[in-house]
Ligand binder design. Structure first.
Ligand SMILES: *Cc1c(COP(=O)(O)O)cnc(C)c1O
Length: 376
């Protein structure tokens, strides 16, 4: 237990800075409580719940200005389950994966393990950098990660190469801009930028993506029903899911998407606010001699998850323990990265004022733990 005491006046209004799940906005929880009767604990096949699924799909379509011929899928399982759905029901023969962190690597491992697919191509970049997409003549999908949550590196998403473009938008969604016409599948879980809870997946599908889904569903490949994207599509068109969803997660995410529309106008507005919040954290880190942004390239530094290395004798574990003892939570580095690092979520629900307070709290913790001996 740490004996660092941060003065109450310095503390953020809300101490939740974890990179997943995100802080959930109290207003969304109040909204959930207000409408719970008549929705929670009622059939997901009947109108009150289906209306909530419809509400979520409508708000997301407006936020992303989704082209009319794109479809929005809502299904159970989260991004991890969707990697398996894509493996069974979307990759025809061979995938190319761009791997620059843990999450992209996990999807690559899923297609590599499938006996009915050829070994995938992996294009890698060291952690803290990102690979450049290029044509993949020998593959039938290009698999990208919009934001590598494990390292705090973001990627531009553009259709300037061939093949179906499949993007893991978990952690980027509701924070980074993407033009949906540049992607064929953009999928994400709802517990990050959309400040909901785990267990649901949303995916935007282009007409070419829907055609691919139907083509593979009609082939003789075995696809587990729970992972079958064509089954999920049929249900989504009806504002339902194949199996029972978390109804509260649907409502929290719908409220968050509507709040974004009201507050920021559109996804561009959300992304601009994210850029401003990111500079609070990166500028602070650059101005300290015992801290530095982990990602060297300033244009690839994430606007939704900031990674900051601790230098000299400043120990990120000790800093995080002192923060936690004062109610400032969950800014530990991704475990696989094994760095002396703080990883701070900047998700839409987290305010600029609270990020300023967070940096002041870290200053205070370092001052109390190390005095002026932070850098020897
Ligand atoms: C969190 C995360 C995942 C995993 O999401 P689950 O909902 O836990 O399956 C996948 N990809 C990225 C980029 C993530 O940030």
């Amino acid at each position: 237990m740490s004996d660092v005491v941060i003065p109450a006046s310095m503390l953020p209004t809300d101490g939740r800075f974890g990179s997943g799940p995100s802080k959930v906005r109290p207003e969304a929880v109040q909204h959930l409580a207000a409408i719970a009767d008549g929705v929670l604990g009622t059939s997901h096949r009947r109108e009150p719940v289906r209306a909530q699924v419809g509400r979520l799909r409508t708000a997301l379509a407006a936020l992303y200005k989704l082209p009319d011929d794109y479809e929005i899928l809502v299904t159970v399982g989260g991004a991890t389950a969707f990697w398996e759905s894509l493996t069974f029901g979307f990759v025809e023969r061979r995938a190319r994966h761009y791997v620059f962190g843990e999450f992209g690597g996990m999807f690559a491992a899923a297609t590599a393990a499938a006996p009915f697919l050829e070994a995938p191509e992996r294009v890698e970049a060291p952690f803290g950098e990102r690979p450049d997409p290029s044509p993949a003549p020998d593959c039938d999908i290009q698999a990208l990660t919009h934001n590598e949550t494990s390292t705090g590196v973001m990627m531009d998403i553009r259709r300037d190469y061939d093949r179906l473009v499949v993007v893991d938008g978990t952690s980027a969604a509701g924070g980074l801009y993407v033009d949906p016409s540049q992607v064929d599948v953009y999928y994400f879980s709802l517990q990050k930028g959309f400040a909901s809870e785990g267990g649901l997946t949303v995916a935007f599908l282009s007409p070419a993506a829907v055609a691919r889904v139907e083509q593979i569903a009609a082939s003789n490949r075995y696809i587990p029903k729970f992972l079958d994207i064509s089954t999920a599509l049929e249900n989504s068109r009806d504002n339902q899911t194949y199996n029972t969803p978390s109804i509260s997660s649907v409502i929290l995410a719908a409220h968050q998407a509507e709040w974004m529309l009201e507050t920021f106008g559109d996804l561009r507005g959300v992304a601009d606010a994210q850029a401003t919040k990111a500079s609070i954290v990166y500028d602070w880190a650059e101005a300290r001699d015992w801290a530095t942004p982990f990602v060297a390239g300033s244009s690839v530094r994430s606007h939704v998850v900031a990674t900051v290395d601790m230098l000299g004798n400043v120990d990120a574990d000790a800093v995080n323990a002192a923060l936690r003892a004062n109610g400032v939570l969950d800014t530990f580095a991704y475990r696989g990265l094994k760095r002396n690092q703080l990883r701070i979520a900047l998700f839409a629900a987290i305010t600029a004022d609270d990020l300023r307070a967070y940096t002041a709290c870290v200053d205070e913790v370092v001052r109390q733990l190390y005095g002026d001996r932070a850098i020897d």
